[in-house]
Every structure is written in C-alpha cells, then in structure tokens.
Design a protein around this ligand. Structure first.
Ligand code: ADP
Length: 907
C-alpha cells in the first residue's frame, strides 16, 4: 500500500531529528535503537549494519538500520571516536500504558568531548572538551583577536579557564590538552564565524551553543572569574553540557583560572620534537618521556603526571615544593614502597565521584570506592610514621580517608555485587530489616520447596522427581518420560512437554511461587532503594572525594618521580637564584635514548653555557649525536621545571620561560607547506617570541634550500639572536663555515661531537661533545655505514679530494654534494670564466663560507673559447637563461639532462 502521509512515528522522529541535525539519532523502539533515512544509510556503512527499510512495499520506503539496545555502547563509541555525535532517544513512558504514540525524547547527546565510555582505553588520558570565544579590539578577525578558553573533563569535573592573546596560542593549548571538540557561540556577541573555520581546519569537531541561561549553578561555578569573556566562555561550555547531558553534573568543580605564561611554554612542534607524551615516529606512548616517567600506580596519577609534563612550572617555590617531596620519597624507600603498594588498590576516585553525580555509579563501583578508601589508612600511617620526613608527614596528615563512607559501603553492599542494580543481591545481610525479612521468606520457601519435592517423591514413588525453576515457566515438577507411568492420573496439571520429560504444576506449588515472586520483587525494590541511598551519600561527599583524589594523584606522581630518580640515577637539579643564565650540566644524558640503549652504552655529556655564552654551534658528522645533545638540554630543563630529578650528575639551571625547537625536516603537506617553509615559519616563531630567558634548539636550520641561501640564512639568524635576543641557543649545523663566527662573536661558542676514523677507514662515533669545531663532516663515511656501494664511495672520495684541492675540474656537478642548485650556480660562473661568487649579501665578508668561493676557478672539462662547438655554445646559452631562484631540484636535474643531450648530439 502506497502512503504519502508520514506516519505519526515518522512525524515524531523528524521533530527530534530537526533539533539534532548534526547527530546520529538513535531512536528507541522496544529492544532496538533504530536509525532512519540518511542516518541509516551512513550509519549502516560506518557500523557495518544491515540496511533495511520501513514500509518496504510502499512507494517510498524509509531506509532503516537497527542496533540491539544491549550492544549500543560499542556502536556509540565507534561513531563518537570517528568524530560524530549521537543523540539517544528513549521512550519516556511505558508503551503498554501509553495512549497513542509513545512519548520519546532525547535523553543525552554524546559527542567526542563528552564521551564517558568505560572503555575510554587508557584511564591515564583525560578527555577534555573546550569552549573558545574571541575578544579584544577586533574579535571578528581571528588574526587580530584575543581569546578566552575554558575546558573541562566531564569524567572528572575538572574545569579551567584562561585568556590567550593570539590564535596560535589557542591552537597550541588545544593541542597540548588533546582536545577533540570545541564549543563556540552560535549567535550573539560572542560568535565569531572565522573561529569555526580555523578550528575546523585543524580537524576539531566544532559544536555551536545557543544563549546561556543564567542559573545558580553557572554563577557558583564561575564566581571566581573577573571578566566578561571568561564568564562568557565558561558559561557557554557549561550550558552546552547541561543541554547535552540532561542530568545532574554536581561533580563539576568551580572554575580554576590560570595564565599560560605562569608555565614553561612550548608549542605543539616542540612537544612532538621532544617526544614528550608520545613517540613522534610511532605515535605510541612507548618511547616517550611520559612512558619513561610514568611509574604512577593510579589512573589519576597518570593523568596528573601528563599535565605536569605538558605544563612545567616557572615559579621557583612551587618547583621546589615538588622537588623536596620527590627527594623525601627518594630517600625513604620504606614509605615510598608502602605508599605505592597501597596506591595499587586505589581505583579512579575522580571518575568514581563523577559517576556518582552523573547517576551511573553501580554497586561494583561502590566496592571499588570502598577498596580505594580502605587503602588510605595504611598509606597515611606510612606517611605519618615517625621516621618519615616532615614534608611527607604533612602530606599524610592532610589526608581524609572518608572512614564514614568506607564504613557505610562496607556495611551496606555485598563484596561481590552483580552489575545490575535492579535485580537484588546487592545488600549485605543484617543491614536492613526489610531485606532480611524478604530473604527469610525466600529461604523459608526454598525450604518448603525442598520438603515438597521430598514429599512428592515419596507419594509418587518416583525418586527422580524434581521441583525446578526457569524464567519462562516459573516453578514446576519435572518427571522423566520413563517414570510417567508411575504417576497417578490427575495428580498434577500438565504445563509443558519435552522430548524426555513432562512438566507439571499444582495449586500448592503455584501458591508458593506467588509468595516467592512477591518477596523477590519487594526485595529487588528495597535493595535498589537502599543502593540509591548509598549512592546519594557518595554524591554528598563528592567534594571530599575529589580532594582526596587529587592528594593521592599528587602523591602518586611524586612517588613515581622518586622511583624513576632512584632507579635511573637522576639528581636533583639546582636553580639559579641570581638573574644569570649560565647553565652547568655535568654528565647529562638524554633520558629516553639512555633508557633504550643497553646499560653503560649511553655516553654522558656536559652542557656548559658560561654566562657570556648564549649560542653554541654544534658541528660533527650526521648520526654523531648532535640532536641528542641539544634535546638533552631541553629535556633536562623541562623535567627540572616539572619538579622531577634529571639525568645528570649535576645540573645548575636558570628557569626558562619558553622552549622553541626547529628539529627534523618534515613537510607539513596537509597545510601545503614545504620543508623549507615550515623550517622558516618555525624559526620565525622563535625569533619573534623568544626572550633572554628562553631556550632555542635549531637543528640544521637552512637545510631545506640551496646551500648558500641556507648558510646565509643560518648565519643571519645566529647574528640576529646574538645581537637582539640573547636567548640560550644550541644550533647544530653541518655548515662548517659557520664555525668561524665564534672568532668574531664572544657569545658564540663552538662545540663538536667527536668521531674517529680507524686505520681501515671505518668511522666510529664517540658521541662525545668536545670543545671547538669539527674538522670535517665525514659524510662519505656515514654513507658507507648506510651501505652504499664501495665503488660509489671510492668515486665520492675522489670527487671530494678534487673539490678540496680545487683544481681537479673533472667534476660532474650533480654527483657531488646535496645541493644541486648551488653547484650549478658555481659551475655556471665557472663556465663564464669567472670565479664563482655566490650572492653574499648580508653575510660577513670576513668569514669564508665555502672554500670554493674564494678559490681560483676550477677548470671545467668543457673546452672554452674559440674551440667551442656550436652545440656547446647553445648549451651555455641555455644555461645563461636559467633563473636559479626559480629552479627546483627536479628542474635542475632535467636541465642537466637536456644539456648533456645537447652535448652528446655533438659528440
Ligand atoms: P645527529 O643529530 O648528529 O645526526 P643524533 O643525535 O640523531 O645524531 O644521534 C644519532 C644516534 O646516535 C641516536 O639515535 C643514538 O642512537 C646515538 N647517540 C646519540 N648520542 C648518543 C650518546 N651520547 N650516547 C650514545 N648514543 C648516542
């Protein structure tokens, strides 16, 4: 039958879908959630569901796909992890009682930033949801605007807000927090369309929130915010949560404001370059500094450690507070061991407290909570023991183990309750008279059943007669077929026939069944009521629980850092209290590389910046350890400022305000930027923002362009740093020519990583930092280690010698060096019969940049002058036409091929 009019159900569906156009609507029908129309088509694809149709035989059937309700969370996870939103539509009344259409409504909107699934994977990860508004004089233009940011982890209730003065800072902060979803104002004063584009381009899910409804909760949670942008952005975030979660959110803590500048600041690139939270190559936690330091025993501790890692401190007193506690734990093996042992029994208190507020805490969670609380007294005793240091004693005295709550749960809830909270078996015997009386009634009936079975066996003479129970039929008497002839006709009423047996009932059995069911229903209801009361009590104590959770998390991190410090032989760094910037690290190590190498294999190095030294130029062969050396300094500085001990025998450090890095040569292809462009953008970021209190690591800057360009830029950058910024900088370079800068600039110091050639020509890396410049770059030997053919290497040696002696002339420009553009420039000049002179504008003329530049022109194999063939002249003319500034390496190769072609025609 063809229907044009939508059914009432589809009308209801559309009313809901229209309110949630950007979400998959999971529409509850009995035991299924149904997807319709476009949601069904897309959902079936993503979730691999069977796509069916409603009204299959009508003119326009409606696409439909169903998900069984008991499996729904797995499907929600898949969609939300893929960046989608899911609106859960439940039946709001019992279908049996409903008049007409069953009322339905959205009970929750699940989004990437609000997902609370138990399978969140590693509990050591926060899931932050953020909101941003643009402020300042020109909020409409994201390049000119300032911003306010608020973020929350719904699973813990931690809420924070800050202000940032530029778009890049917002992106860095969102990146550091691993935010997946950002809430923006839909309309009105705080809405900025450009923001949505900017965040969308970064792959963030953007959600729009309508006006904030003034409420006592928002006022309470934002009471510490002084300015309107902060209030607006936090209000926006909270309103979004109220509108999407539609349930109690009493676990949200009042907003804490922070200043980004109060922490050691570094951007996403640096976080990646230093492998802080994940290994940049594998994208896994293993092989990161986080993995190395993460000896925490609780999920809360793991999350806090990560926060310390991405936000090291600048305040000396705060840093020393952490350091002293780490030191105390390190020295007191007994206390540390006890604390860590007890922490193993502590579950995720933050998330348990949140679940109490959200109404999702079940009886098993209560047992986890109890076990966690029961671990606290032992831990507290260890901390406050008479031999423990005062700092640990103080930490122990501050702990509130919530004895009352632990005792309540212990008395009320059985040790191993089921997951379901509605089906009884939750409440401890002796806790409640009513439950006990129902239990007694049930037990009496069980006794009666046993007696009844015995009585009927005797009466019928059938010794295998059984009184049994199943869900569908309740209680019955079962007699196997072989015994049926012993049964007196009419004694029982037949209930069901099986292949081998018959099932019967009797009025007496029915009567007792009714009694049992009544007692059971009452017991379930009463147990549920009591469970809810315990849960309500937990909810009342959320603030105490959150305080305890935070204290335990902190102890966990401090003990973990002490553990690492002891096991890996780290020392407590000392901070300069004068304003000087000198750095002294004795026998420093790169923590992660050291941990990956076998014992004793890491070569420790000193890092020494005298007060007058601002820039270290590090030279040495590829693979010698230049990057490792420079990262070692950044990691030691960062670890020191997070309160950790550091991998060195001694470290005396100034406090840094920012770390900038330019390391590695990754094209940012997603954003259409070449290696060189990325390189320059990162260099620019450092040069624009660094202060004399910052740390800069530049690794092989200038590598992405022609040799002379690159070298010129490298030198100019070093001179700029020297003249303008006075930032502590390590500059690793393979341009040996730059090392001459140290002769003219007192703030520049040369160091190099040593390498040795053995008698058989094998190169050995010493990984040892030594004063002065490297004598050569050993490129050919490194190539040999990489396995290049021996004949090729021998040829390269010859070419190198001829280049170094400047006269050999039989050099094919494209077989030498890594920079074809510059070679062509040089040879082009040679062909013209002039000494090759690169464009040295802006370069100090007293510094020899490249031996060739000042050497007499080498003789090229091409005969010059009148003996030149027309083909050669044509080739040279072609060469003259080339605009080197626009020549890509590939075009250069093609050009050379063409020139050779022209000449071989002649040959
Ligand atoms: P470069 O930057 O000079 O090319 P890297 O710093 O990347 O070299 O070091 C290359 C490899 O050498 C590292 O991955 C590490 O395995 C090893 N290495 C570097 N420094 C050391 C060291 N101090 N001790 C032991 N091995 C090291």
């Amino acid at each position: 039958m063809a229907t044009k009019e939508p059914t009432p159900m589809m009308v209801q569906y559309h009313q809901i879908k229209d309110q949630y156009p950007d979400a998959f609507v999971f529409y509850r029908m009995g035991d299924f959630y149904e997807l319709f129309e476009e949601d069904a088509i897309q959902g079936a694809k993503i979730l691999e569901l069977t796509l069916t149709a409603r009204n299959k035989n009508s003119e326009d059937p409606i696409p439909m796909a169903g998900i069984p309700h008991h499996a729904v969370s797995a499907y929600i996870d898949i969609l939300v992890d893929a960046g989608h939103k899911v609106a859960i539509v439940e039946q709001m009344e019992d279908p049996a009682m409903a008049k007409g259409m069953v009322k339905r409504d959205v009970v929750q909107l699940i989004t990437p930033g609000t997902k609370l699934s138990a399978k969140m994977g590693d509990g050591k990860a926060n899931n932050f949801l953020a909101a941003v508004v643009a402020t300042g004089a020109r909020p409409g233009d994201v390049d000119q605007a300032a911003f306010a940011l608020a973020y929350i982890d719904l699973s813990t209730g931690e809420l924070k807000a800050t202000e940032l003065d530029e778009a890049s800072a917002i992106l860095d902060e969102l990146g550091a927090l691993e935010v997946k979803e950002v809430v923006l104002a839909k309309t009105g004063e705080w809405s900025t369309p450009q923001l949505a584009d900017m965040l969308g381009e970064k792959g963030l899910v953007v959600s729009f929130q309508g006006p904030v409804q003034p409420s006592a909760t928002i006022t309470y949670l934002t009471k510490d915010l002084k300015n309107s942008a902060g209030q607006a952005v936090t209000g926006l975030l909270l309103q979004y949560l109220f509108d999407t979660q539609k349930r109690s959110l009493d676990h949200i803590m009042p907003v804490q404001t922070y200043q980004r500048q109060s922490y050691l600041v570094f951007n996403q690139v640096t976080r990646v370059n230093l492998d802080l939270v994940e290994n940049s190559r594998t994208k896994q936690k293993a092989g990161s500094l986080f993995a190395l330091l993460d000896e925490t025993k609780t999920a809360m501790g793991g999350r806090l450690l990560k926060q310390w890692l991405i936000k090291p401190l600048k305040d000396l007193t705060a840093i020393q507070g952490r350091q002293d506690a780490v030191a105390a734990f390190k020295e007191d093996f007994f206390t540390r061991g006890t604390v860590q042992d007890q922490l193993k029994y502590v579950y995720d208190l933050e998330r348990l407290a949140a679940k109490a507020a959200l109404g999702t805490l079940n009886a098993r969670d209560l047992i986890q909570l109890k076990r966690s609380l029961q671990a606290v007294p032992t831990l507290q005793d260890a901390l406050t023991g008479e031999n423990a240091s005062p700092i640990l004693q103080a930490a122990g005295q501050d702990l509130d183990p919530l004895h009352d709550l632990a005792a309540l749960i212990d008395q009320a809830i059985v040790p191993e309750p089921p997951i379901s909270v509605r089906d009884g078996d939750l409440i401890q015997p002796g806790y409640d008279d009513l439950v006990d009386s129902y239990n007694q009634a049930l037990a009496d009936n069980q006794d009666w059943l046993a007696a009844y079975q015995q009585q009927e066996r005797e009466a019928t003479g059938i010794s295998t007669l059984k009184v049994k129970y199943n869900k569908n039929f309740g209680y019955f008497i079962e007699i196997t077929k072989v015994n049926l002839d012993k049964l007196a006709e009419g004694r029982y009423h037949r209930k069901q026939t099986l292949t081998n047996a018959e099932r019967f009932t009797t009025p007496e059995l029915k009567e007792h069944e009714d009694l049992i069911f009544a007692a059971q229903t009452k017991r379930f209801d009463r147990e549920y009521e009591l469970f809810l009361a315990v849960r309500a009590k937990v909810k009342e104590e959320i603030t105490r629980l959150q305080t305890l959770a935070h204290q335990l998390a902190r102890l966990d991190v401090l003990a973990a850092l002490a553990d690492v410090a002891e096991n890996r032989h780290y020392t407590k760094p000392v901070f300069r209290t004068d304003d000087l910037r000198a750095v002294t690290i004795r026998q420093g190590r790169h923590p992660v590389i050291e941990s990956l190498l076998g014992p004793g294999e890491y070569v420790a190095n000193d890092v020494t910046f005298a007060e007058e030294t601002k820039i270290q130029l590090v030279t040495g062969p590829n693979m010698a350890g230049k990057s490792t050396y420079m990262r070692q300094l950044a990691l030691i500085a960062l670890m020191a400022q997070m309160g950790s001990f550091v991998p060195a025998d001694e470290a005396i450090l100034p406090i840094f305000d920012q770390i900038f890095t330019r390391i590695g040569a990754n094209d940012d292809l997603v954003n259409g930027q070449s290696t060189f462009m990325v390189e320059m953008a990162e260099a620019n970021l450092a040069l624009q923002n660094a202060t004399a209190q910052s740390l800069i690591l530049f690794d092989e800057l200038g590598r992405g362009t022609a040799t002379y360009d690159g070298m010129a830029l490298a030198q100019a950058i070093i001179e700029y740093l020297d003249q303008n910024l006075h930032t502590t900088t390590i500059f690793a370079t393979h341009y040996h020519e730059l090392t001459a800068l140290a002769d003219h600039h007192s703030a520049i110091q040369n160091v190099h990583v040593g390498a040795q050639l053995s008698d058989d020509g094998q190169l050995h890396f010493l990984h040892q930092i030594q004063p002065g410049a490297a004598d050569r770059s050993y490129g050919i030997q490194v190539a040999g280690l990489a396995g290049l053919p021996q004949s090729l290497l021998t040829n390269a040696e010859l070419i190198l010698q001829s280049l170094e002696t400047q006269g050999a002339g039989q050099v094919d420009p494209l077989t030498v060096g890594e920079d074809k553009g510059a070679k062509i420039a040089t040879d082009q000049a040679r062909v013209k019969g002039q000494p090759a002179q690169p464009n040295l504008d802006g370069l100090a003329q007293d510094i020899p940049l490249f031996e060739i530049a000042s050497a007499p022109a080498p003789q090229l194999a091409v005969p010059a002058g009148p003996s030149m063939q027309p083909e050669d002249e044509a080739a040279l003319a072609e060469l003259d036409q080339v605009n080197l500034n626009q020549l890509t390496p590939l075009a250069a190769l093609n050009l050379v091929a063409k020139l050779q072609e022209m000449r071989s025609n002649h040959g």
